[in-house]
Design a protein. Structure first.
Length: 687
């Protein structure tokens, strides 16, 4: 059974602590100033093309003063891995972020791979006896910490893999990914509609909660599913300890607890059909929406019990109010002024920013990719929302630059990544989801986001002192995700993964977040040599490491690595004969450092067009090797050969950067400030 992924009881504990607001501005020690703007997934080929066409004038200006370079990404080209390498200057063996998932080696069950969570115990099932502990799995030392120890004052803003926030000496940090929503997930959206069938109700593959609205007259009553109640969870866990010996009373108690497992907030919708509008009443807030209208951020309160409350906020969007009523609600964000747990360092920073700038979304995954992927909102709505997400982060970055308190400002925006994930199908005519009409309408969306980035760079350039070193960079580029590759199915068919019987059905993210999911059904571990989990990682079933391992260290291991990697390279598309796997990287060839024990044994690098399937990422092995990707999530970077998918680097200073790598940024910054480069850093300074 998986630990539930929530952060629920933090509020009470946080509210008991004095708010540490405001820092005394540290004095200036360095004359050097630097700004780094990260645009997740910004692809160098697109940057190059649009710079040449004069569409990115500020990028061009910077590149003219210094240069434009390709920036090699991490071996697993995933954002958390790559940004962790950015922060620490090391390979994943040194920072421990190998993938967005980790597995429990004893049970093989997957869990999110950036943080570890521990819930506190409750006195008499009521009063929390400690703080819920969320610790980052990221090891190594961020360059902003090293720089801060030497007196550099830095602001680190929404950089991925900075939740929970770390202390930055002389600096400030506002957390980014994996800062969760109120349910502890990367973003559970809500969709309420009159035309949902019973079959459609429930949890979607990619984290949405769908509920049917039933009207009596012009009013429907419904409820929002909030975080799981940690007290109820603890009671359920206690009952479960009895194992198979649950008597009838226990079982009915379990059912009663199950019904109260999530904290719910009731709300009502009044529908005025003629006016094509609806009025939502939730916890004392009344929201009038016309069809196609967004609400402001609505405050929400989730009561764990009399003592403990959790505060969140969400936006409603009225998709449709004619014929049928369809209502979308964003994931419930933590509120910057009263987060469930601290989301900044110092702790008071997020509240301070709220007081100066108004509210802003805090969710690490800030854009509405999942509801678009599940067809619950349309492209236009997705884009409108995406630009708001962009603006929320941009204003924080500009505000911190304007404060003139910092020598080094690092800000990351991810809208570039999200729009490419969702809209690649409009710029790749060979994608199975390409359609000419859609392309005519939305084909310029990615370009619009790049232009917005360029505009932000312009705003930054107006604000900084002359001589400031500016880096614009991305963690990886993008490829087309035309076919999903069922890598575990291939492992089964080729005798590396043994199965008996049939799997019980597809996995969804709620199986993992919800804690009730079964994984690896029908897998016979006693005959399994290798299995895949996450985005292109293959693990060997090692004796003494995995719960039921059969592969021995030494020659056994080496033989398997050779055999499997050679065989993977022969994988071809049965229809076209095209090669699917471009490279396979062996653990010991690409990773080194203190976290080697957690490294995948192989990292598979797919060709452009072929990405590991969603089901494989959760350990599933559905029939068939390949399937055409008919989802709107159409562009990707994960599981491709990292050598083919570099990020971008634009600098206003010339660099020795024929081979710039993401791990080179940390030592470059340290050298710029004249700070000795720690020897655990793998990268080399770029000047
Ligand atoms: Zn991405």
């Amino acid at each position: 059974m998986l630990k539930r992924t929530i952060f629920a009881t933090g509020l009470l504990l946080v509210s008991l602590l004095p708010l540490a607001c405001g820092t005394n501005a540290p004095t200036e020690k360095y004359k050097q100033k630097m700004v780094i703007l990260g645009f997740d997934g910004m692809d160098p080929r697109l940057v190059e093309q649009w710079m040449a066409e004069g569409k990115l004038p500020n990028f061009q200006k910077l590149a003219g003063q210094g240069g434009f370079y390709r920036l090699e990404t991490s071996t697993s080209p995933e954002s958390p891995v790559s940004w962790a390498s950015f922060a620490t200057g090391g390979n994943a063996g040194k920072h421990n972020i190998f993938d967005f998932l980790v597995r429990d080696v004893k049970t093989y069950v997957p869990d999110l791979g950036m943080v570890r969570r521990e819930m506190p115990d409750f006195f008499l099932n009521y009063v929390p006896l400690g703080r819920p502990k969320v610790t980052t799995l990221r090891g190594g030392t961020s360059f902003w910490v090293t720089a801060g120890q030497a007196g550099v004052r830095s602001a680190v803003l929404t950089v991925p893999v900075t939740f929970p926030p770390e202390d930055v000496p002389m600096g400030e940090l506002l957390s980014g990914l994996p800062l969760p929503d109120i349910r502890g997930t990367i973003g559970t959206f809500y969709y309420f509609a009159t035309d949902l069938s019973r079959y459609e109700e429930g949890n979607t593959e990619m984290g949405g909660i769908l509920k049917r609205l039933a009207f009596e007259g012009d009013t429907a009553q419904s409820e929002l599913t909030g975080p799981p109640n940690p007290i109820v969870q603890a009671q359920m866990a206690d009952l479960r300890k009895k194992g198979a010996t649950l008597n009838d009373a226990d079982q009915s108690r379990m059912a009663a607890l199950e019904a109260r497992r999530d904290i719910r907030v009731p709300f009502s919708v009044r529908w005025s059909k003629e006016a094509r509008s609806a009025t939502i009443d939730v916890q004392g807030t009344t929201i009038h929406l016309s069809e196609g209208g967004w609400s402001k951020w609505v405050p929400l309160e989730f009561r764990v019990n009399f003592l403990v409350r959790l505060y969140g906020m969400a936006q409603f969007y009225l998709v449709r109010a004619s014929g049928e009523l369809q209502l979308y609600m964003s994931p419930v964000n933590w509120r910057p002024e009263s987060p469930v747990m601290p989301i900044s360092s110092p702790k008071g920073l997020s509240k301070d920013l709220y007081e100066r700038l108004g509210t802003f979304r805090t969710l690490g995954w800030a854009e509405a990719t999942w509801p678009l992927n599940e067809d619950r909102i349309d492209e236009k709505t997705f884009m409108d929302d995406l630009f708001h997400a962009f603006d929320d982060r941009a204003q924080v970055i500009l505000h911190e630059i304007d404060s003139k308190k910092f020598d080094l400002v690092i800000g990351v925006l991810e809208s570039t990544d999200r729009v490419q994930h969702m809209f690649w199908r409009f710029i790749d005519p060979t994608h199975p989801m390409y359609d000419a009409a859609g392309a005519a309408r939305y084909g310029d969306s990615i370009e619009r986001v790049y232009k917005r980035c360029d505009q932000l760079v312009g705003e930054v350039l107006q604000r900084i002192e002359p001589g400031t070193l500016v880096f614009i960079l991305s963690d990886h580029g993008f490829h087309s995700f035309k076919y999903g590759v069922n890598l575990n199915t291939w492992l089964v068919e080729n005798g590396f993964l043994a199965k008996q019987g049939k799997a019980l059905g597809d996995k969804n993210l709620n199986d993992m977040f919800g804690g009730g999911g079964q994984f690896w059904e029908g897998v016979d571990w006693t005959r399994t040599r290798a299995y895949s989990l996450g985005l292109g990682q293959v693990y060997f079933n090692m004796r003494g490491r995995e719960g039921q391992g059969i592969v021995n260290e030494g020659d056994d291991y080496k033989r398997l690595a050779d055999e499997l990697s050679a065989k993977l390279l022969t994988m071809t598309d049965p229809k076209t004969g095209q090669r699917i796997v471009r490279s396979v990287y062996k653990r010991d060839d690409v990773y080194s450092g203190p976290y080697m024990a957690n490294a995948p044994d192989l990292q598979v690098g797919f060709e452009d067009g072929y990405r590991v399937s969603w089901q494989t990422s959760l350990g599933g092995s559905p029939p068939g090797l390949l399937y055409p990707n008919m989802k709107k999530w159409s562009g990707d970077h994960c599981s491709f050969d990292y050598k083919t998918i570099p990020g971008s680097l634009i600098s206003n200073r010339k660099l020795n950067a024929n081979e710039a790598r993401i791990i080179d940024i940390a030592p470059t910054v340290l050298k710029y400030f004249g700070i000795r480069i720690p020897k655990e850093i793998d990268g080399k300074p770029l000047f």
